[in-house]
Design a protein around this ligand. Structure first.
Ligand code: 13P
Length: 251
């Protein structure tokens, strides 16, 4: 199995920094891992041009439910395509929290993105409070049921909110337990397609913990925030993924 490594640059990167980061990623990317970067919308075209012809694909960090219209400040799926994106992240916890995105809105966005031919990464994950209360599986189960269309064939990212940008990660046992639970929910919700969905782990992934996290069952790669802004760190995580792909029987 080839692992997927996605770098979410979030609201970081003016043109010069974004170009330098994209060039460094393109130069250092190992062939045995699938790499994606998600720059801010303002530099999407620039980054897509730099990465054209390389194995690194480019995506947007969000899109609107509508194709066009009176939605000041928003970006549609077709605009992302037009700018060179082939992927989009939807339902990131920062969008859910800061822009009040519900599961229902996320599902509509997935449909809009797929209709434009974009590949999707849908994010789910519990808050610290939910985990303290032991409700992480319940919350993630609800998010999966509500956010994914029944014909979903994209990628799912499990990102516990309390692990994002904090340097804290769940234990390997906790990640394994949650990814196993997610696989079961995907099978239940999506039938045979649920078997094929790649499940990424996200939240304080760094070079020192990436290999161990990605080696766990049902972890198909990583969604990386802060460490994706440092080319050497992102590429180190990519090499860890490539080493796992090389080592796995059957490729
Ligand atoms: P960090 O890797 O900075 O914790 O961010 C994770 C994330 O939110 C990726 O989408």
């Amino acid at each position: 199995m080839r692992h997927l490594i996605a770098g979410n640059w979030k609201m970081n990167g003016l043109a010069a920094e974004a170009a330098a980061l994209a060039e460094a990623v393109a130069q250092g990317c190992p062939v045995e891992a699938d790499l994606l970067v998600f720059p801010p919308a303002t530099v999407l075209t620039l980054v897509a041009r730099i990465l054209a012809g390389t194995p690194v694909a480019v995506g947007g960090q969000d899109c609107h439910t509508d194709g066009s219209g009176a939605h000041t400040g928003d970006v549609s799926a077709s605009m992302l395509r037009d700018a060179g994106a082939t992927w989009v992240i939807l339902g990131h916890s920062e969008r859910r929290a800061e822009h009040h995105e519900t599961d229902d809105i996320v599902r509509q966005k997935v449909n809009a993105a797929v209709a434009c031919g974009l590949n999707t990464i849908v994010c789910v994950g519990e808050t610290a409070e939910h985990r303290r209360e032991g409700r992480q599986a319940e919350i993630v189960g609800w998010q999966i049921a509500g956010s994914l269309p029944k014909d979903f064939t994209g990628v799912l990212a499990y990102e516990p909110v309390w692990a994002i940008g904090t340097g804290r990660t769940p234990t390997e046992a906790e990640v394994e337990e949650m990814h196993g639970f997610i696989r079961g929910e995907l099978r239940r919700e999506l039938g045979v397609n649920g078997e094929k969905v790649c499940i990424l782990y996200g939240g304080s992934v760094k070079p020192s913990n990436a290999a161990a996290l990605m080696a766990l069952p049902d972890v198909g790669g990583a969604l990386v925030g802060g460490a994706s802004l440092v080319a050497a760190d992102f590429l180190s995580i990519a090499r860890a993924a490539a080493a796992l792909s090389n080592g796995s029987a059957g490729g």
